[in-house]
Design a protein around this ligand. Structure first.
Ligand SMILES: NC(=O)c1ccc[n+]([C@@H]2O[C@H](COP(=O)([O-])OP(=O)(O)OC[C@H]3O[C@@H](n4cnc5c(N)ncnc54)[C@H](O)[C@@H]3O)[C@@H](O)[C@H]2O)c1
Length: 443
């Protein structure tokens, strides 16, 4: 394969224009980029990034490149790539990019292979597919790999496989699901380098997961279906950061929102926030639109499909396409699903009900819409850029663990974002500092 694989380079101009549009909404990343141009904190570092290839990611890649990094970018999901942006990265910025919207599993992993062949010093993941592939290769667990990636890895000598891993000083991880996987790797003692959990920064999940996923998931469902939300029963599975955002935005559009949960605390919070909370089985009978956003598997399962209302619309915005048990629905259906609209597959069950699955069960905000708005990715990717810089400076002092983003980086991003928004806040007076740190003053 040449040093890129994108759909159509002639789309580069359009991709560049959309990148520039997004950049206007990314003032924090812009400031970091200006500093990186001067200081080159990533000079000489090979970075392999496995992220959703969107306008915002493109601006992050250019920032890292300006910081001196030698980058390869591959998609972190087969359906999330914006082909014009991938073309712009190759054509206008000479960043080797491997991503085609709608690519099959073989191509997806061929692209991951390209990211590994780059022999990264640093990994930047969204969902941990890159890092997990690297570890499976190093451990010789070829059965866990997609066959084409396995056959390439089997062709490497033991020394080459070890070398691939030994070169990595550290990584970063963007999303909740990736952080869960990495913490499991740490617990199993197979994590071989430090990773910074960008998702855990407050300036990431409080805003990106909540407001970004909230708005863009609604956008994705509407773009795919053009359905009116007002008056519909909208079921949100999972009341975590993403679920809270999604529920509040669906309510804002006039839907009656139902929440399903497994965590009593989150369920209680949803009740007190004014939503109906019930089991998924009960929600099945009344839900018009369902959206999973849990990071879990088979949240909508075979038993649920048996009672789901005729005409229901079912989407997922969690990281992997395992939250809806589509294989079970396939088995319950007559023949192949009808592709009734772009991003809508309609299954007809043997008892005659029609069930509409959006975006093949992949995260709908990236499949049928454009992912999170740039303004929120500004903070997420400021965390990525500053975490990469932190890793470059401190990797040798870190253990093979999952680390939080340092608090001072998180706070600085919040400060810069407020400044860019023109919002001024108060500072503690000397008297208040003293009061807040003393125990003597009471009633
Ligand atoms: N679409 C996007 O752009 C986007 C953005 C950020 C995160 N994500 C992904 O969304 C998912 C959720 O992320 P989050 O930050 O909200 O996580 P979170 O941990 O804050 O929340 C997940 C919630 O789901 C609940 N849950 C788990 N299993 C469930 C089940 N069977 N039924 C009902 N609820 C269940 C958990 O109790 C928890 O409250 C992850 O996969 C994450 O990677 C997607």
């Amino acid at each position: 394969m040449s040093n890129y694989d994108v759909k159509d380079l002639s789309q580069a101009e359009g991709g560049r224009r959309r990148m520039d549009w997004a950049e206007r909404e990314m003032p924090v990343l812009r400031q970091i980029r200006e500093r990186f141009k001067k200081e080159k904190p990533l000079k000489g570092l090979r970075v392999s990034a496995c992220l959703h290839v969107t306008t915002e990611t493109a601006n992050l890649m250019v920032t890292l490149q300006d910081g001196g990094a030698d980058i390869v970018l591959t998609a972190s999901n087969p359906l999330s790539t914006q082909d014009d942006v991938a073309a712009a990265l190759v054509n206008q910025f000479e960043i080797p990019t491997f991503a085609i919207k709608g690519e099959d599993k073989v191509t997806y992993f061929k692209h991951i292979r390209a990211a590994l062949e780059h022999k990264p010093h640093m990994t930047m993941d969204d969902g941990a597919d890159l890092v997990s592939s690297l570890f499976f290769i190093e451990m010789g667990r070829f059965d866990n790999l997609e066959p084409s990636l396995a056959s390439w890895a089997k062709g490497l000598s033991d020394a080459e496989r070890q070398e691939l891993l030994a070169g990595v000083i550290g990584g970063t991880e963007e999303t909740t699901t990736g952080v869960i996987r990495l913490k499991a790797m740490e617990a199993d003692k197979i994590l071989k380098f430090p990773v910074i959990a960008v998702n855990d920064a407050l300036t990431k999940h409080l805003f990106d997961n909540r407001y970004g996923t909230g708005q863009s998931t609604i956008d994705g469902i509407i773009r795919a279906t053009n359905v009116l939300l007002a008056g519909k029963n909208f079921v949100v599975a999972g009341y975590g950061w993403c679920g809270r955002g999604l529920a509040s935005r669906a309510r804002g559009m006039g839907a009656q929102v139902i929440v399903t949960e497994v965590d009593p605390m989150k369920a209680l919070e949803a009740v007190m926030d004014g939503y109906q909370v019930m089991s998924m089985m009960d929600a099945m009978k009344i839900g018009d639109i369902f959206c999973t956003v849990t990071g879990d598997i088979n949240v909508i399962d075979e038993g649920h499909f048996k009672v789901m209302k005729d005409g229901a619309i079912v989407a997922n915005s969690g990281h992997f396409n395992v939250e809806i048990n589509i294989p079970a629905l396939e088995k319950m259906s007559k023949g192949e699903p009808k592709h009734v609209r772009e991003f809508v597959h309609q299954y007809e069950t043997k008892d005659g009900r029609k069930i509409n699955i959006l975006g093949e069960g992949r995260l709908i905000n990236l499949a049928s819409a454009e992912g999170h708005p740039a303004s929120v990715m500004d903070m997420s990717f400021a965390n990525q850029a500053l975490s990469a810089e932190y890793m470059a400076k401190n990797a040798d002092k870190l253990e093979k663990k999952v680390y939080s983003v340092p608090e001072d980086i998180d706070k600085e991003i919040a400060r810069l974002k407020l400044e860019a928004m023109g919002v001024k806040i108060d500072t503690l007076t000397a008297e208040q500092v003293k009061y807040l740190s003393s125990w003597e003053e009471g009633t």
